[in-house]
Design a protein around this ligand. Sequence first.
Ligand code: PEP
Length: 239
Amino acid sequence: MILAANFKMNHTRSSTKEYIDSLCRFLKKGNFDQDIEIYLFPPATALDSYECESVRIGAQNAYCAEEGSFTGEIGPVQLGEFGIETVLIGHSERRELFGESQELINKKFAFYKERGFEIFYCIGEKLDIRERGIEEVKSFLRRQLLNIDTDYENLIIAYEPVWAIGTGKSAHAEDIAEVMEFLGSITDAPLLYGGSVKAGNIESIISVEGCEGALIGTASWKVDSFCEIIERAQMRKRS
Ligand code: PEP
């Protein structure tokens, strides 16, 4: 199972360090199963090689060039300094707020795939598509997966319906199940759900057939809240 915290533009370098220290202490004393994998995507200024073996650090965003004149961007050279080999690609906020086209996203995917990075690839429909029914949702998701190598061995797919992100309104388990089944017919990659996941719903989300974890924004920003999510996920898994 994968539980990943997306800090977005929250936390500083020093608060990220404090967060990781607490998280690491929590994981050590909780005797967590080896097969629960914890990831943290801090802002770029807080990327570092932290001394916490049980937490993997990834980049929320990275550009598709080795290095060069790309103001404001970071790439494999900057990530390599800290041994970071995980990157998030296609998050809806990158698509919507920063105008990342599917073409650019495909380029980023191909670039980081070529370098063997672990890629968390985010897909998800907006509300108007969801309201048109599951067949529309599927064909939209299919388009977001076009030109993405769904057989890539280091791929993790996060299904994040845009209308559920940061709204406090998670998708229903049946809707998630329907999408997981559809994605499972396309790829063997681990499938995550993201969108208003919190301690109160993590158990039902990871109980959905085919769902192998969650990408968590808001409810991961406070370390106690993220720890509670991990604890409940573990309890559910053992029950
Ligand atoms: C996200 O942005 O990836 C996300 C899942 O956010 P939230 O948990 O706040 O909905």
